[in-house]
Design a protein around this ligand. Sequence first.
Ligand code: ATP
Length: 455
Amino acid sequence: MPLVLTEFHIGVDDTDSRLGGCTTYTAAVLFQELVSEGFKPLDFPWLVRLNPNIPWKTRGNGALSLHFTVEEEQLEDVKKVAIATVERTTDLTQRATDPAMVFLKGRAPNPLREFSSRALHDVLSVNEARQTAESARSEVHLLKGSRGLVGALASVGADFDHDHTFEIIAYRTPENIGTKRRVNYDSVRQMDALFRGLTFNNIDPETGRVLICPHGPDPVLLGIRGKDPASVTGGLNHLEINEPIERVMIFRTNQGTDAHLNYHTRIQALRPHQSAVITGDVSDSPRIVRGGHVIFRIHDETGSVDCAAYHATGSVRDTSLQLSPGDSVAVSGGIRPQPLRELTLNVEKLEVTRLVDKVRLENPTCSNCGTRCESMGRDQGFRCRKCKARLPRTSRVEKLEPRKIRVGVYLPPPRAHRHLTKPASRYGIDHPNSPKTDDTIDQTLVSLVSIPIVS
Ligand code: ATP
C-alpha cells in the first residue's frame, strides 16, 4: 500500500496566564517532541500576533501554529502528542486561561484565511470561530473554556506571503523562572551593532534600554527578532548568557510587519477594540491633557473622532502637538471606548500627508521710519512709538509661519512598540526575503533539536 501523506496543521492558544507559562513555550516543546518522534515539519512554528487591542489578552496576543507532513494513519498519534503536550505545559488552575487547539488536515481554505485576516484588527466571537472551524472541517479540542479557539484557529489560517520576520526565543530552566534574567547587557549592545539591519528592536536607541528580555515570571529568557533564521541565530550566538538555557526555538512570525494596520476605514464604522487606519483632516488645535498626552480631533465625511497620542509615543506625541486645523493625516491605532459611548483612537502611527499654510498676523512697520508699530487697543489702528505716525487697523500684515513638522511617517520609539509595529529599519521591505525551503528548515532544525539543552 502506498503511503498517503497529508499536510497537518495544529493551532494552539491561551495556554498561559499573567502568573506564568507562555504559548510559545508550549509550541516549542510540541514542535521538538514531534520532530524527535520523526514527524517532518513543513515550516518553522508560526508565532502569529493578533489584534493587539483585544482587552482580554494576557500580554502580546500571540497564537501559535505548527505545520507538518504526516502519514494519514499517524494523524491520531500526532493529535495525542499535541494534546498531552498542551495539558502538560498549561496551568489550568488560572481562571483566565482557556487553552484551545485546532487540527486541520490539508490547506487552510479561504473562509479560514479570511477569519485570520480579520482577527488581526477586529474583535471576533467564539461563535463565529466555531462556525469557521466547522466549515473548514477542522477539529477543535478545548481544555476548559472556549475563548482560546479564536486565536488557535486564526493562527492556522495566517498569511505570511506578503511579509514576515523571524524570532529566536531561548527558554529558561524551571528553577530560574521568576528570577532576574542573567544576560550580559553589554553583549546585547555589541550584538545589536553587529547585526544592525539583520535584527531589530534589540535596544531602545534613546534610552539604551535592552528590549530582548521580558520581565515577567514566564519561561522566556530572551527573544531576538530579525529578517531570517541565520540572522537571529547569529545574534543569539553573540550574547553572553550566564544562566542555563532549557531550549531554543525559531518562529516565523508577523511581528514587525504592521499586519494589524491594514484595515482602512471611515470614522463612522469604527468599533471598540479594533485596530484601524483613518484618513482625515485635523479639526481643531491639539491640546495637552494631564500626563502630557496630546489629544487632537480629526474628521472625514462620515464623522469625527478624538485621537490620543500618549506621552510614551515620543515623536508621535510631539508631532501631534504641532498639527494645525486643516492638516491631512492618516492615523493608525487602537479604538478605545470612552464613557458616554465616545470612541478615541490611541495613536500607534501617524502619517502627515499634507500641511496647511499657517498664517500669523503681525503689526505693520512704520512707513516713515521702519519701526514696528504698536496697537492702540482693541479694534483700534496702530501707532509708531518713534515718529507717532498712525496706520489703520487693516494694515496688519499676514506672515507665513514656518511649520515645525514635515510631511512623513512618525513612529513611537522601539520601547513603546507593539509586537506587530513595523520598525523604521524595515520600511521599504515588503517582501519576505527568506523563502521557505526545506533546506533552511532542515539545517536549522538540526541545530535546534541538538542544542545542548540545559548547559
Ligand atoms: P501571550 O502573548 O503571553 O501568549 P496573549 O496576550 O497571547 O498571551 P492569550 O492568553 O492568548 O494572551 O489571550 C488572548 C485571547 O484572546 C485568546 O483567548 C484568543 O483566542 C483571544 N483573541 C485573540 N484575538 C482575538 C480577536 N481578534 N477577537 C477575539 N478574541 C481574540
